[in-house]
Structure formats: structure tokens, C-alpha cells
Design a protein around this ligand. Structure first.
Ligand code: ADP
Length: 629
């Protein structure tokens, strides 16, 4: 047999393939079945368009025969077959499959990755075979040819005979060497499960004889074995089925099986889209946060199929980070099977699909929000944090998309509400969307700062997650209404007249407040009359963009730069303590100093900020109690 050399590039890749230690060898079967299915597609199409072909749907199929003794797997198809020339060009060079282009741009280190991730079609069979024989007879020809190769050294082609049109591929399975065991590929059940796993949706039947046992006729304990031909694939993938053919149970089973969740999903999104991006998608929102979801270990991504053939298990480019909780798959005929991960990232089609998916997921979430609020609440408990991060991340690049999906606890509704709902309830005179930050709902509920805003009948959003205030600052406004912390400078609650009288009051007590500020020794930027307190004596607020809550969060992140909010101690002019302060300012400045300290420390405690000297605070309070001041 005269061996013909493979082209240089092909030889290099083949070398790699043959010596690949890649654990995912099993994908060879998917590759061969996919080729067989393509070949059938071609002839089937011809049969459909040309009645003289004289074949119908039932004539098409794929069969697998395992011969354990000879260590062979024979994969036969009733497809279009290959002529001698086609065997030469198609199987003589790997350049055919498009992987060569990739190879030229990349260094050898990535070679293994191509093989591992995507296989390179037909040649992946060399990962498990010591010899490959292809016997093929093209449609319209009486002559068949046999192509054979033992690997990188080259191949041979000879004439042979074959009764039917189509192709047989005979894989001589490698002998086991050391740790490398190839016997699994000669096991019928293993092959059956591989077909189920990767090629279940191939549209033509994949048949295999499976050895079974039954009681011998007339006997009650003697068994005999017999062969039964099984069709291994269901032929229709669930995502290509019509929605109304499918029950919730079908979806749930599929989801739990495929995505290893023991719970049914919270929501199922099954869609088929045509247009700039054509694809079928079957997506799931899990019922619960995966245990590693908010950690680095969590890997986002969807399964990616090209026309029913799995090409990637977790394609991360299909999902934006803010929707990383979505699981499921996408099947598109617009993607080539042999596409590498690197190329995929820049694939225009993939980008279109991912944009379209993002829209779809958003609209499904909106629908859930509008029509199934209990479920949405459940969803938000699990993944709301991710959405809020999504608003903050990337300098707000996705804020428009996400802002209508987020919710916060409302002071008036005692429940999670959206911004739109909040605005819908706003009295006409209310200028801002108010929020209050704190450790917990209970804690915020008691904050003195919320007093006057509530008293006006205005709703307040309670924010408790670290990211919240940062997200609100990035958003800045919703529907033209600015967000306003109840602790920020001007709350917009006073009329012009009230403002004027407050200014006058401030002028009147200027000296008192500057004395108090001095006694606090740089701890506050200012002491002033409070525009937000009604019954409480004091509170602490901040001037400028950095709030006390943000200061806490930023300082909890381990780094050197301690940030400090501009603290303002606010005093309620209507509280009896105010009169006392004025009195002390005239009569006993030393005592006023101590009072200032105590008031400031109380304000810190209310804010949940650690105090520097609790012992001195406690002593001051006790002295006060014992009337020893
Ligand atoms: P790809 O399928 O990506 O083109 P392959 O290396 O798997 O790359 O196959 C190369 C070519 O060989 C195919 O494009 C097809 O034309 C031909 N081929 C492979 N298997 C078969 C088959 N079973 N029947 C007919 N043609 C085949």
C-alpha cells in the first residue's frame, strides 16, 4: 500500500491528537455522528427534491456495531458517501474543517485546547483509535473506496466494494497502555450513554444492538442472552419541541438532570428566535442561590449547541455578569461546530445571540415582576444582590437595563417595592426618592433621621446591603426623581419661609455651635440645628457625597487608605436639651464640653458606629446620673 503523506499542518495537528492526554476523548463519537448526520442531511435533501433518488425518511439512519474481540467500533451511515477525490480532499487534510486558520494564528500551546474543547471533526477519532478505516460509496457511483490511516504517517486509498450508498467508519480501538484504558469505548452501555449525552437530538435514528438477557422459554431460572436493536437517541431535543407538547415535569426533569439541581427551577424560559440572530434557547432561573454563587468559584455560562450538536458546556460569553444566575442552553444553526473558544469570543453571531438573550431574560423578569410577584420576591431574595452589583459595576454601564428590576424595602409598604411603584405613590409636593441606610430594617426603622420625612407622609426605602448606596449613587435618579439619603444635607422638606427662619436661628446660635464644635476637637465638621428631627435630641449626618454608611463599608475593605465622611452633629431645637445647652453656654462652659461629648457619642451609637472611648462615656453618664457634674 503506497502511503500518501498528510499535508504538513495536518501532520502536526494529528501528532498532537494522537498523543493527546486529554480526558475528553469521548467527544470523538459526537464528531463522527455529527458528520454522519450531515452526510445524511445532504442525501435526504436530494431525495426530497428529486423523486428519482427513490429514498424516503425511513431509509436514513446511523448504526453502531461494537466488536469486542476485534476491538472495533463501526459507525455506518446512509448518507451521501464520498468519492475517491472527496476522500482525498476531505480526509487528507485537516485544513478543511477550519481549524487550520485558527492554528496559524496561535502558538502550539493552544493546540491541546482546540482538541479538548471542540475536537477537530473526523480526526478526533485518532484519540481513541490506532487505525481508522473509512469505506465509502458516493451517491450515483457503483464503485466504493477504502481510505485507511494509522495516524500521522499518512494514509492509503484503495478500491473496494460496498453494497449500499454511504459511509462506514471502522475504529480500531487502541490497546490499553498503563493508566490509559480504552476498553470503556467497547462497552455498549458506555457508548449508549455517550450518544444520549452528546447526540440525543440527532434527527436520524442511531441504532445499536444491545445484548440483553431473558428467561429461557419454559425455564424459571435459566437465562439466555439475545440482541435487541435499540434506537439510542430521542431524535428531537426538548428545546426544539413545541412548548404545548411539553409539561412542567418534562422541563423539570430535563433541568434537574442536565444542570444537577435537586430542585425544580423557579422559572423556565423557552424561546425560539428568528431574525438577526436565529436560535432556540431553553433557560432556567434556579429556585435557590447556588452555594458558591457569590464567590469566585462560580462559573457562569450556557451550554452552546450548533444545530443540535453540543460544542461547549459553559459558554460564558452568552451571559452578562448581571444575569449569571441563568442556566440552560442555546442552539443555533448560525454557529460552526468547529469553532474555538478564542474565536467564539469575537464571533459576531454569538454577540447577537447574547444581546438578544439579555433582552429576553430582562423581559421575562419584568413579566414575573408584574404578574407573579411572590415568585419575583423569591427570585430577588436569591439574586437581587447580583442585579444591584450589576448596576454599580462598570460605572453604571448596565444601569438602564437593570434599574426597573431592583427593589428595596419600603417604610410604608413594609415590603419590597420597585422605584416605579414608589414614584407612582409619591405626593405631588415630594421632590426626591428618599432612602435610609443601615445594618438592618429594624435598625433603620428606629433612626432619628427618618422622623420628619416619615412625618410628612413620605415613603422611605431602607437599604441594607453594602452595594446599595453605591448603586443608588450611580443611578442618581429614576424617572427624573433624584435619590436622597435621609441623612444628607438638604432634604427639600422646608418651605422658603421655614428655610429663612432656620437660617436666622442658625445665626442666633452660631456661637453656641462653634463652641460645641471646638469642644469636640475636630471630630465633626460642624454642629448645627437639625432640619430632620422632630422628637429625638440628636443625630449624626454627613456633608458631601460620602455617607457614614459608605464610610463604614469602605473602611471594612482591608487597605491602607482610611476614608472619612464629613460628620455633622445635628441638634433638635425643639428638644428640652437644647434649652439646657443654651443655659450651659452662659453659665457653665466646662459642663457644656462634657455634654457635647455625650451627645456626640450618643449620635455615634445610634448610627451603629464604634465609639473610641466607651469607658469615659460610661463615666460621664454615671456622673450625670449621680448629679456629680
Ligand atoms: P467538518 O465536519 O468540520 O467539515 P471533518 O474533519 O469532520 O470536518 O470532516 C471533513 C469532511 O469530510 C466533511 O466536511 C465531509 O465533507 C466529509 N465527511 C466526514 N465524514 C463523512 C461521512 N460520514 N460521510 C460523508 N462525508 C463525510
Amino acid at each position: 500500500m503506497a502511503a500518501i503523506q498528510f499535508k504538513t499542518e495536518s501532520k502536526r495537528l494529528l501528532d498532537l491528537m494522537i498523543h493527546s492526554v486529554y480526558t475528553n476523548r469521548e467527544i470523538f463519537l459526537r464528531e463522527l455522528i455529527s458528520n454522519a448526520s450531515d452526510a445524511i442531511d445532504k442525501l435526504y435533501y436530494r431525495a426530497l427534491t428529486d423523486p428519482t433518488v427513490g429514498l424516503n425518511r425511513d431509509d436514513f439512519g446511523i448504526s453502531i456495531i461494537i466488536d469486542k474481540e476485534k476491538r472495533t467500533i463501526t459507525l455506518s451511515d446512509t448518507g451521501c458517501g464520498m468519492s475517491k477525490e472527496e476522500l482525498e480532499t476531505n480526509l487528507g487534510t485537516i485544513a478543511q474543517s477550519g481549524s487550520l486558520e485558527f492554528k496559524n494564528e496561535n502558538e502550539a500551546k493552544e493546540d491541546i485546547d482546540i482538541i479538548g474543547q471542540f475536537g477537530v471533526g473526523f480526526y478526533s477519532a485518532f484519540m481513541v483509535s490506532s487505525c481508522l478505516t473509512v469505506v465509502s460509496r458516493a451517491y450515483g457511483s457503483d464503485q466504493a473506496f477504502q481510505w485507511e490511516s494509522e495516524g500521522a504517517e499518512g494514509y492509503s486509498i484503495i478500491n473496494c466494494s460496498k453494497d449500499t450508498i454511504g459511509t462506514d467508519i471502522i475504529l480500531k480501538i487502541k490497546d490499553n497502555v498503563g493508566e490509559e484504558n480504552y476498553d470503556e469505548f467497547l462497552d455498549e452501555y458506555r457508548i449508549k450513554s455517550l450518544v444520549k449525552k452528546y447526540s440525543d437530538y440527532i434527527r436520524y435514528p442511531i441504532r445499536m444492538d444491545i445484548e440483553k438477557r431473558r428467561l429461557k422459554e419454559g425455564s424459571e431460572k435459566e437465562y439466555e442472552s439475545y440482541n435487541e436493536t435499540e434506537i439510542l437517541n430521542s431524535m428531537v431535543p426538548i428545546w426544539r419541541k413545541n412548548k404545548n407538547e411539553l409539561t412542567d415535569e418534562d422541563y423539570n426533569n430535563f433541568y434537574q438532570d442536565k444542570f444537577y439541581d435537586y430542585e425544580s427551577p423557579l422559572r423556565i424560559i423557552h424561546s425560539s428566535t428568528e431574525g438577526t440572530a436565529t436560535y432556540n434557547a431553553l433557560l432556567f432561573i434556579p429556585a435557590r442561590t447556588p452555594y458558591n454563587y457569590y464567590s469566585k468559584e462560580y462559573e457562569k455560562g450556557l451550554q452552546l449547541y450548533s444545530n443540535g450538536v453540543l460544542i461547549m458546556d459553559k459558554c460564558s460569553d452568552l451571559l452578562p455578569d448581571h444575569f449569571s444566575f441563568v442556566r440552560g442552553l442555546v442552539d443555533s444553526q448560525d454557529l460552526s461546530l468547529n469553532i474555538s473558544r478564542e474565536i467564539l469570543q469575537h464571533d459576531r453571531q454569538l454577540k447577537l445571540i447574547s444581546k438578544s438573550l439579555e433582552k429576553k431574560i430582562k423581559s421575562e423578569l419584568m413579566e414575573m415582576l408584574d404578574k407573579d410577584r411572590d415568585k419575583y420576591n423569591e427570585f430577588f431574595k436569591s439574586f437581587g444582590l447580583q442585579l444591584k452589583f450589576g448596576i454599580y459595576n462598570g460605572y453604571g454601564a448596565n444601569k438602564e437595563l437593570l434599574k426597573s428590576l431592583i427593589m428595596f424595602y419600603s417604610s410604608s409598604e413594609k415590603n419590597l417595592v420597585t422605584f416605579a411603584e414608589y414614584i407612582g405613590r409619591m405626593p405631588e409636593e415630594q421632590k426626591y426618592i428618599y432612602y435610609a441606610a443601615g445594618e438592618s430594617i429594624e435598625r433603620i426603622e428606629g433612626l432619628p433621621q427618618t422622623e420628619l420625612v416619615k412625618d410628612k407622609g413620605f415613603e422611605i426605602l431602607y437599604i441594607t446591603d453594602d452595594v446599595d448606596e453605591f448603586a443608588l449613587q450611580i443611578l442618581h435618579e429614576y424617572d427624573g426623581k433624584e435619590f436622597k439619603s435621609v441623612s444628607s444635607g438638604d432634604l427639600g422638606l422646608e418651605s422658603e419661609e421655614e428655610k429663612k427662619s432656620a437660617e436666622k436661628q442658625a445665626e442666633d446660635y452660631k456661637e453656641l455651635f462653634s463652641f460645641m464644635k471646638e469642644s469636640l476637637n475636630g471630630k465633626v465638621k460642624e454642629v448645627r440645628l437639625s432640619p430632620r428631627l422632630k422628637s429625638h435630641p440628636v443625630c449624626l449626618t454627613s456633608d458631601g457625597a460620602l455617607s457614614l454608611e459608605m464610610e463604614k463599608i469602605l473602611n471594612a475593605i482591608p487597605n491602607d487608605n482610611n476614608v472619612k465622611a464629613d460628620r455633622v452633629l445635628e441638634i433638635n431645637a425643639n428638644h428640652p436639651i437644647f434649652e439646657m445647652l443654651n443655659k450651659l453656654f452662659k453659665d457653665d462652659k466646662d459642663k457644656l464640653k462634657t455634654y457635647s461629648e455625650i451627645l456626640y457619642t450618643q449620635a455615634l451609637l445610634i448610627e451603629g458606629i464604634a465609639i473610641d472611648d466607651p469607658v469615659s462615656f460610661s463615666n460621664s453618664v454615671c456622673n450625670l446620673m449621680a448629679d456629680k457634674m
